[in-house]
Design a protein around this ligand. Structure first.
Ligand SMILES: C[S@@+](CC[C@H](N)C(=O)[O-])C[C@H]1O[C@@H](n2cnc3c(N)ncnc32)[C@H](O)[C@@H]1O
Length: 256
């Protein structure tokens, strides 16, 4: 999935919801940052996490945000314009332009699942980490990213079409093995699942509904079917049978 202007705007709205805030809080807690540290955010998007990282490491610290999307980098630049310790890099995660062993920690939220050939990226993250450092990743178990309420056939059609939006549907299931091979240890998973039962416009479910609808149309599902699905979600909410579930997982790992 390419994070062009249209998608970047929705993604940034999603990042600003309670679900986005919860993930960032979990990442910050796991990182346990100290003033003066150097931290990299891989797939920084609109820069929400960069702001928090910048304040945590203070003026003597450095925060790098890397993302290949120029739209996302521009938004991150504008969000962080008053933060002197933040630097943005417009590039792929497989080509991090930072020195070997230069980072105290690397964080990444909902990004690795969009990278087809993941191994070069994980090797690159390992390369820039110092000894005794941390890599924190949050990825979604996309099989559980699901709306409930519409009739099964149509609902399954929309969700099935959404599978092509990223390369790794269940990344947290295989990440631990990949990290072990690269020398990471003490790998722990923390579940961050949530359920939304109201269809109000600032909820992560509202933005997810837009993203799934857009993707379904791109995959050739008719507008009539997509509108019918949305109508069924609306009816389900009225009937109190509506729900949206998502299951992100935070993986914390240490490089000795
Ligand atoms: C769902 S967004 C998450 C953004 C941000 N981490 C957040 O939580 O708000 C995924 C981001 O991954 C970026 N991305 C996609 N492929 C990438 C790659 N190969 N290397 C680095 N970032 C990538 C996209 O441009 C996009 O900004």
């Amino acid at each position: 999935m390419k994070f062009n202007r249209e998608l970047s705007i929705i993604q940034q709205k999603m990042a600003a919801t309670s679900a986005g805030v919860n993930r960032r809080q979990a990442v910050l807690q796991a990182l346990n940052l100290e003033a003066g540290q150097t931290i990299l955010d891989v797939g920084c998007g609109g820069g929400h996490l960069l702001e928090d990282l910048s304040l945590a490491v203070g003026e003597k610290g450095s925060v790098y945000g890397l993302d290949p999307s120029t739209t996302q980098i521009k938004s991150a630049q504008s969000r962080c314009m008053n933060l002197t310790n933040v630097e943005l890099i417009c590039n792929l995660a497989s080509e991090i332009e930072l020195a070997t062993k230069s980072c105290d920690s690397v964080a990444s939220i909902q990004t690795l699942e969009y990278i087809k050939d993941l191994d070069p990226t994980l090797e690159e993250i390992t390369r820039v980490l110092k000894n005794n450092s941390m890599f924190i990743n949050v990825s979604v178990l996309w099989d559980h990213f699901k709306f409930h309420g519409p009739e099964d056939k149509l609902n399954n059609l929309i969700h099935e079409a959404f599978k092509s939006h990223c390369f790794h549907q269940m990344l947290p299931m295989v990440l631990e093995g990949k990290l072990k091979k690269l020398g990471f240890s003490n790998i722990k998973n923390q579940e961050l699942p949530f359920l939304v039962t109201k269809r109000h416009k600032n909820s992560p479910a509202a933005h997810a509904e837009v993203i799934l609808s857009m993707h379904a149309l791109k995959q050739g599902i008719s507008e009539e079917k997509v509108l019918d699905w949305q109508k069924q979600l609306e009816i389900a909410e009225k009937n109190k049978t509506y729900g949206f579930t998502s299951f992100p997982v935070l993986t914390a790992s240490y490089l000795i």
